[in-house]
Design a protein around this ligand. Structure first.
Ligand code: NAD
Ligand code: UD1
Length: 346
């Protein structure tokens, strides 16, 4: 298929490009590079190319809010589908700059899907998040679990965009909408050439751990050890980014007319492993597998955090034939391999 990948220079987008090319798809990337580096795309090309055949990834430095620029890209290329990663994702920043988050994520997506439909491209895979479940009413979380109250504007952009895309699909049956609810993506391509490249102080656990390991931060703060979990620290469903990338390739089958004969062509999948690991499980695995010490101290709970969040991923397995292959040891090894080789990122 010919696929438009928005946000393709970012963490999950760059890994997905590799799996798309491996599966024989053609991808065109648009990204405004607000949270990424063009070097990521050079490295993707290096990974997917061979000595016999160099690959260059078609790239447009375009903002999804820029209708004219999008029009130009759509006039030049025919797309069968769009995998839509582009968006701002820093939870804390979204609390300080709600307008910027709603305008970029919601405004941008509204413009994007309007240009898509004008050009007859009505197939979209949207990067949603486990955050839409709020404090989940069931663990493990299935897709039938009701959506909940988000604790920040970033989470609301995901929840609202799900609703917007579902409503568009309901009104126009030519659309097929796939909502992938990611759990906690970590790891990096096993080559160590591409990985997560956060700006400033990382908010998320794994990049914080790798920055402690590489000597950029003194110690990890563990946010609370009094949760009702086996060791008192928060439990999450960490998923290797290459597994997550593959879930997008698997989800492309939703666009085939043979896929599940149903009028409702909105498909929702949890994308996780189904395993819950605590903060200390992750730290201990990192130390054991990589032989690097991670000093840490216990800090107060972080506002908005929940105790436990992991999914039941069986719907993706039964309907898409997708399941995670990588385990916790692979996740901590590949995260470290990337950070060690690229201490300053790209
Ligand atoms: P990322 O920041 O690495 O990638 C997002 C990309 O989108 C960046 O390259 C950025 O430059 C680009 N972008 C942002 N706004 C844009 C705009 N207006 N126009 C064009 N490009 C724009 O983030 P990621 O971790 O790869 O996440 C990808 C998607 O998955 C995001 O939508 C994110 O919210 C979602 N998601 C991420 C996680 C996670 O933990 N990483 C979890 C759940 C959902
Ligand atoms: C966070 C976001 C969520 C977003 C997801 C992926 C919040 C409240 N939630 O999820 O909306 O979709 O990232 O981007 O921010 N931890 C520490 N020390 C740290 C960092 C984290 O102990 O320095 C703990 C947290 O308390 C949590 C676990 O590690 O228990 C995972 O945290 P994180 O990686 O930030 O992901 P989430 O909080 O699950």
């Amino acid at each position: 298929m010919n696929i438009l990948v928005t946000g393709g220079a970012g963490f999950i987008g760059s890994h997905t490009l590799i799996e798309l090319y491996k599966a024989g798809h053609i991808a065109v990337v648009i990204d405004n590079l607000s949270n990424s580096h063009p070097e990521a795309l050079n490295r993707v090309a290096e990974i997917v190319g061979s000595r016999q055949q160099a690959v260059s990834i078609p790239f447009y430095k375009v903002d999804i809010r820029d209708r004219d620029a999008l029009e130009k890209v759509f006039s030049k290329h025919h797309f069968d589908a769009c995998i839509h990663f582009a968006g701002l994702k820093a939870v804390g920043e979204s609390v300080e700059k709600p307008w910027e988050y709603y305008e970029n994520n919601i405004g941008g997506t509204l413009t994007l899907v309007d240009v898509m439909r004008r050009h007859g491209c009505k197939n979209v895979i949207f990067s949603s998040s486990a955050t839409v479940y709020g404090d989940p009413v069931e663990i493990p979380i299935t897709e039938n679990c009701p959506k909940g109250q988000c604790t920040n504007p970033y989470g609301w952009t995901k929840s609202m965009l799900e609703q917007i895309l579902m409503d568009m699909q309901k009104a126009d049956s030519e659309w097929t909408v796939v909502l992938l609810r990611y759990f906690n993506p970590v790891g990096a391509h096993p080559s160590g050439r591409i990985g997560e490249n956060p700006n400033g102080i990382p908010n998320n656990l794994m990049p914080y751990i790798t920055q402690v390991a590489v000597g950029k931060r003194k110690e990890l703060g563990v946010f609370g050890n009094d949760y009702p979990t086996p060791d008192g620290t928060g439990v999450r469903d960490y998923i290797h980014v290459c597994d997550l990338a593959n879930a997008h390739v698997a989800a492309l089958q939703c666009f085939s007319q043979d896929f599940k004969h149903s009028d409702n062509r909105t498909f929702i999948y949890n994308v996780g492993t189904g395993n819950g690991y605590s903060v200390l499980d992750m730290v201990n695995a990192f130390v054991r597998v990589n032989g690097v010490d991670i000093p840490y101290s216990i800090k107060p709970r972080r506002a908005g955090d929940i105790a436990t969040c992991y999914c039941n991923p069986s719907k993706a397995k039964s309907e898409l034939g997708w399941q995670a292959k990588y385990g916790i040891d692979d996740m901590v090894r590949d995260s470290w391999n990337w950070q060690r080789q690229n201490p300053e990122g790209y």
